[in-house]
Design a protein around this ligand. Structure first.
Ligand SMILES: O=C(N[C@H](Cc1nc2ccccc2[nH]1)C(=O)O)c1cc2ccccc2s1
Length: 161
């Protein structure tokens, strides 16, 4: 689906101003206003279907090959990746039995976001590790991912916005 923007303009999200802006990848020009010739309705429809930001909760289980094999739970994580995946599968079952994602993230996540029920807040493209980002942006709101592997460990991701 077209963005409604004239080629090759793209739309991005400004974290500082918390709003979208328009970027021309050849001239490197950026501006707040919609470029000349934009189909406004099509752009609004496009943004409704291709959000520039998502908000997710996640439950991370680190293992001995994680980038930083330590967390508030353990100074030295020795779990193997296979053991971490087995433990994550048990949390998937508990979610399927109706337990709240936030409660399980608070109980078990090795990410410092555990304190907020695994809430990472809103993030745009380019802010999280690629494998995490692509799954997060592909999730429907309210859905929980299958296990996702990143350099940090193995995750379950719930998209909430
Ligand atoms: O990178 C973080 N924490 C790392 C673990 C980690 N690695 C991740 C990789 C992708 C998404 C979230 C991730 N969390 C740590 O604690 O070792 C973040 C913590 C928080 C806390 C609040 C909001 C965003 C973030 S991102």
């Amino acid at each position: 689906m077209s963005s409604g923007l004239p080629e090759p303009w793209t739309v991005r999200f400004s974290k500082s101003k918390r709003r979208e802006y328009f970027f021309h990848p050849e001239t490197k020009q950026s501006q707040w206003e919609e470029p000349e010739g934009t189909d406004h309705q099509q752009l609004k429809q496009y943004l409704a279907e291709h959000p520039l930001r998502v908000r997710c909760l996640h439950l991370l289980i680190k293992h001995r090959d994680s980038r930083r094999p330590a967390s508030h739970r353990s100074e030295h994580i020795t779990l193997s990746k296979e053991e971490a995946l087995q433990e994550l599968a048990a949390y998937q079952q508990r979610l399927e039995q109706g337990e709240r994602f936030e409660d399980l993230a608070r109980e078990r996540s090795d990410c410092s976001s555990f304190k907020r029920g695994g809430d990472l807040g809103h993030f745009a493209h380019g802010e999280m590790q690629p494998a995490f980002e692509s799954v997060a942006f592909a999730l429907p709101v309210g859905a929980v991912s299958a296990p996702v592997e990143t350099d940090s460990g193995v995750h379950l991701i719930k998209r909430v916005a």
